[in-house]
Design a protein around this ligand. Structure first.
Ligand code: SF4
Length: 329
């Protein structure tokens, strides 16, 4: 018999505003009757991609897959400037969904290059945002894990530090301290996105009040993995999943009464509701399991309002593939 009697969804979750706007731009273009494509998956989330496909929005991997005159949406991560130029040269209608925060990163990089700094970029190599950033500062040194800093970062007179938006703040601060010993003049441009920071704060806060946290997001999503890590540091057990379908083993909830749920910046808030419902169905007390659907909606309503969570999904419909509302085990 299940023991879970309550679910709490972390306060500010759902898409970050950058992801949300890129998705909205794609939908608006399609609604206006344009042949619409996104360059790369707008988010690594199966439900969102199939939702877009149903609307007729196709994901393409290269600009060569888009016919002249069609619309191509640049996702929130942004692209290298030459990609933008090529899209324009091919006569495509470019709809720029680059997040305003990422655009600011690009501007800062251009300035740092002009000022002649040796640039250290904290980021995940080959991540789309980092690839785009390198288009503005090709000689930047990309570093990620701490054990590689010593070997990769030379001693230089004038150095600058900048970051991929979703890097954890603690790592950025640690790298800044490391760079003090490597340079005479150090310029720090803190581009860690405030949405990421708030997400982490809310997740840690939620973890304090629950017996176990479920972290929902892409397996390779750095910001999702960081949430899982922070829950561990907060001294609470966490499981990380991509969606409700991954919850097949109710025994992970054995003895837990209050379960928290949080998600990465590419995870729609509807996915958190579906996970809430699933947890209640498979691991709730008999009373709670019988009201899983209603209680999952309540948990969602208990999270921040769309404005408060920096994203808004009032029109987002995500029914297909949703968790079953009956059949508790
Ligand atoms: S995490 Fe921040 S910078 Fe990155 S897309 Fe979202 S809002 Fe923009």
């Amino acid at each position: 018999m299940g023991t879970v009697r309550e679910i709490r969804i972390a306060r500010r979750t759902g898409f970050c505003y950058g992801v949300r706007e890129a998705i909205d731009k794609a939908k608006e273009a399609r609604a206006a009757g344009k042949s619409t494509h996104t360059l790369g998956q707008v988010v690594h989330n199966e439900g969102v991609i199939s939702d877009l496909e149903r609307l007729g929005i196709e994901t393409v991997e290269t600009l060569d897959d888009v016919d002249g005159g069609a619309a191509v949406v640049i996702r929130a991560h942004g692209v290298r400037p030459d990609v933008m130029e090529r899209a324009n040269a091919r006569g495509l209608e470019v709809i720029d969904g680059t997040c305003t925060w990422v655009i600011q990163e690009h501007k800062e990089l251009v300035k740092l290059v002009e000022e002649g700094y040796t640039i250290v970029l904290l980021g995940t190599p080959n991540h789309a945002e980092v690839v785009g950033m390198l288009g503005f500062a090709p000689d930047a040194i990309v570093v990620d894990e701490e054990d590689e800093w010593e070997a990769k970062i030379p001693r230089k007179k004038r150095m600058a530090l900048i970051s991929q938006s979703t890097q954890p703040p603690w790592k950025f601060e640690k790298l800044a301290a490391f760079l003090v010993s490597r340079s005479h003049e150090l310029k720090i441009v803190n581009t860690v996105c405030p949405v990421t920071i708030r997400r982490q704060e809310d997740t840690v806060e939620a973890a304090g009040d629950v017996d176990l946290m479920v972290v929902v997001g892409g397996r390779s999503s750095a910001n999702t993995k960081e949430l899982t890590r922070l829950v561990g540091i907060a001294g609470k057990p966490a499981i990380q999943i991509e969606g409700w379908k991954d919850l097949t083993d109710a025994s992970v909830f054995d003895g837990r009464e209050v379960v928290g749920i949080t998600g990465g910046t590419s995870t729609p808030i509807e996915d958190l509701r579906d996970v809430a419902r699933r947890v209640l169905e498979i691991a709730g007390t008999p009373e709670v399991a019988a009201r899983a659907d209603e209680l999952a909606q309540e948990a969602l309503a208990g999270a921040a309002t769309p404005a408060g969570r920096t994203t808004s999904l009032p029109t987002f419909v995500h029914n297909e593939g949703a968790a079953p509302t009956t059949g508790a085990a």
